[in-house]
Ligand binder design. Structure first.
Ligand code: ADP
Ligand code: ZN
Length: 720
């Protein structure tokens, strides 16, 4: 009889042993269905000596039911899953789940049925059908997805199928992706680019672990360099993963990829349609998907034969996942490259301090591109001291910046204003009684969004229409907006430059690929004079006519005392400044601040990146922060505040007393109320030498908490 150990997708049970029935072929990594009580569970066959399980006698073992028709998860991926679970103190099954597509993908390829509008235009329509007809133009998806898109029930759509307004379409999930061609349009590289590209190409060919930090100023042509490595992997028939921090950036990337390789890559992100997910996942595991471009979740896919990983804009905070498995995709990408014995390229104009340190220590090989491609100059950066040059009352753009914008407009050039705050105003209050609009579920103000006429919480999504009167004192027309958001800056631009054509770029306005594509086309075609945006406009774009960047509030990110505040501010401003002067005309950047003496601001103004890294290195060393020491956070939450506090105190009371680990707290977490849950936090500061994860497990695993309490561990937390 053959006995196998399964990692089962049930967080409470984790690992169970089963019997392989006569005639069934399984190997390590096979994805199977097994009985569990009266139900069935999904599981992956794992090496028995790597996972411990309860000792069940042979006679009690139940037989596996079925092996699913997909190749087994490769051994390197199983090692990556183990590593991630161990390092981030996460359940193995939660990590492994990220490697599996949907149940449907595991069940096989074949076909799926989707629906689209037939084009029929009946004379009379119910309001719901009319709304659906409007919302579903050009869409094709399952009934469930269409219902979500159109905000109507599935019943309404089924009725429309019956009435001949929607028609079924059969989608072939096994249809091949078009083949990328490594020699489709080979660019002429600069000398520096060529040297970098040659190094990457050699590493791809040698099939060995090699981590690179591609440190190139904005506009240096980093993409073209790593595209040569992609081309080499294609020639060798091996797969490539390119991780991008945000889907919003992919539009631009896809276009460049297609120009270079003749076809678009395979996409992977959370808003793919279910049929696209199924098709992409199956192509990844079969090896048919040549190049996958995706958000952080594409890191755990079961590539058949990975030859290269690229992490573009590697410094971006969005590579850190903050719920579920709390991992940093940039770091795990390097680990995956190690298990796969392949090169990994971390590309950035403003690398994270940790990455710089690893390069300095010789662990990453640093490749520098110090000059912009084609001889373009880096922009001239100047400070606007808001204490000396204040904007007019109720305004946020200083006179000097207004003047510069006017000049650009007169010359037919573009300006970009950056403020990393969505909405109209961060706080709204009643002029009469002082009432402040606060989220009922979170420790946060509601943010006014003037275009949608709503007040919204940016943490939990709670939103309400802007009321006509104060809910507290009942006074009508009494609401005052405090402080600026990008919408308010857009209003101000309309006031001071009424003839300018403007575009507002935030996740509220650019929430689909079409909108982004349209914006990019207009900006490139010179149909926009002033772009006003949040961090969404800071990276990736290349607008040749853009010659002025204005940073509305450089101090914004420095508030709050976050450990990475300075680094994040530096990166954001350096990135947005990098949008200026990328073409033939030189660029200028004006930074509005009340703290021109702050080290970050001074380094930006002097273009002295080394000075910034040196200052930041010292302050991190003093704080025992990464890369010199390590942090972990334990977040304890419950809907009941007393219960959460009691649990946090119980954890604090059993903290281990270790010489290389310091436990701080519990204290209320920065967002002490989030989505209706009260949160307390303990911080652990450890020396690099400490066995942090083991200590955390030994400490927390024996503890028991009431049902409503959640305890989350965040290893290497990003912001706290
Ligand atoms: P980075 O990502 O380093 O900021 P990009 O890769 O966006 O820079 O390159 C900047 C611009 O220069 C892009 O428009 C790109 O198409 C162009 N470019 C870079 N290298 C080349 C090259 N070798 N030949 C032609 N154009 C190039
Ligand atoms: Zn909220």
């Amino acid at each position: 009889m053959k006995r196998v150990r399964l990692l089962v997708f049930n967080a409470a049970l984790g690992v169970l042993d089963y019997r392989v029935p006569e005639g069934m072929a399984v190997e390590h990594g096979s994805v199977v269905i097994a009985p569990l009580g009266p139900r069935q569970v999904l599981g992956v066959v794992w090496e028995a000596d790597r996972l411990s399980a309860q000792d069940v006698p042979e006679s009690k073992l139940r037989p596996l039911l079925e092996v699913l028709p997909v190749p087994p998860l490769p051994a390197q991926l199983r090692r990556l899953i183990e590593w991630t679970a161990d390092y981030y103190c996460a359940p193995l099954s939660s990590v492994a789940r990220m490697a599996l597509g949907s149940m449907a993908a595991l069940r096989g390829g074949g076909t799926a049925t989707e629906y689209r509008l037939t084009g029929a235009e009946p004379a009379r329509l119910t309001p719901q059908r009319a709304a659906a007809l409007d919302a579903l133009q050009g869409e094709q998806a399952s009934i469930r997805e269409l219902a979500e898109l159109a905000s109507v029930s599935e019943g309404v759509l089924r009725g429309m199928v019956g009435a001949g307004l929607l028609e079924p379409v059969t989608v072939d999930l096994d249809r091949p992706y078009p083949r990328a061609r490594p020699e489709f349009a080979v660019p002429e590289l600069s000398e520096g680019q060529q040297a970098a590209a040659d190094t990457f190409v050699a590493a791809v060919r040698e099939h060995r672990f090699a981590p690179f930090l591609l440190d190139g100023v904005t506009g240096s042509g980093k993409t073209e360099c790593y595209f040569e490595a992609v081309a080499e992997a294609l020639r060798l028939g091996r797969q490539v993963l390119v991780l991008l921090p945000e889907i919003a950036l992919t539009e631009n990337f896809l276009r460049r990829f297609e120009q270079r390789f003749g076809v678009p890559p395979v996409l992977w992100h959370s808003s793919l349609k279910s049929s696209e997910r199924r098709r992409a996942w199956r192509a990844v595991i079969s090896g048919e998907a040549q190049v996958v471009v995706g958000a952080r979740s594409s890191l755990f896919l079961p590539y058949a034969d990975l030859g290269l990983i690229v992490v573009d804009e590697a410094h971006e905070v969005s590579f850190k996942q903050d719920d579920g498995v709390r991992y940093n995709a940039r770091d795990v990408a390097v680990i995956r490259a190690k298990f796969e014995a392949i090169p990994v390229v971390l590309a950035s104009a403003t690398p994270a301090l940790e990455s710089m340190q690893l390069a300095e220590a010789g662990i990453y090989k640093k490749i520098e591109l110090p000059d912009r491609f084609g001889g373009a100059m880096l922009p001239d950066i100047r400070i606007v001291d808001l204490r000396q040059e204040p904007p007019e009352r109720g305004h946020w753009i200083a006179p000097r910046l207004v003047e510069e914008m006017k000049e650009r407009l007169a010359r037919g050039e573009q300006s970009l204003l950056f403020l990393n705050r969505r909405g109209y105003a961060p706080l709204t209050l009643c002029r009469n009684c002082g009432y402040r609009f606060q989220c009922p579920n979170c420790t946060a103000w509601l943010v006014e969004h003037r275009f949608s006429k709503r007040l919204a919480c940016h943490h939990c999504g709670h939103d309400v229409p802007v009321p006509d009167a104060c809910p507290e004192c009942g006074t009508a027309d009494c609401l005052v907006a405090c402080g600026p958001g990008v919408e308010r800056i857009a209003d101000e631009v309309a006031e001071v430059l009424p003839e300018a054509r403007t575009a507002l770029v935030t996740s509220d306005t650019m929430n689909n690929p079409e909108a982004i594509g349209e914006f990019v086309a207009m900006a490139e075609g010179g149909a926009i004079d002033v772009i006003i945006g949040t961090q969404l406009v800071t990276k990736g774009y290349h607008f040749p006519e853009l010659t002025l960047v204005g940073v509305i509030d450089a101090d914004l990110g420095l508030e709050g005392g976050d450990l990475r505040a300075a680094e994040r501010t530096y990166q954001q401003i350096a990135q947005v400044a990098g949008r200026a002067g990328r073409g033939e005309k030189p660029g200028e950047v004006l930074i509005q601040t009340r703290h021109p003496e702050a080290a970050v601001i001074a380094a930006l103004a002097n273009g002295d990146r080394d000075a910034f890294y040196a200052a930041e290195t010292e302050s991190r060393r003093d704080a025992g922060a990464p890369p010199f020491g390590r942090w972990a956070a334990i977040i304890v939450s419950s809907e009941d505040q007393a219960e959460a506090l009691a649990a946090a105190r119980a954890i604090g009371g059993t903290a281990p007393n270790l010489p290389d680990m310091l436990v701080l707290g519990p204290a209320p977490a920065p967002l002490s109320l989030l989505r209706g849950r009260h949160r307390f936090r303990l911080l652990i500061n450890a020396r690099r030498s400490a066995e942090l994860q083991k200590a955390l497990r030994d400490w927390l695993e024996p503890l028991q908490f009431p049902k409503g309490v959640r305890v989350n561990i965040d290893v290497d937390p990003y912001s706290f």
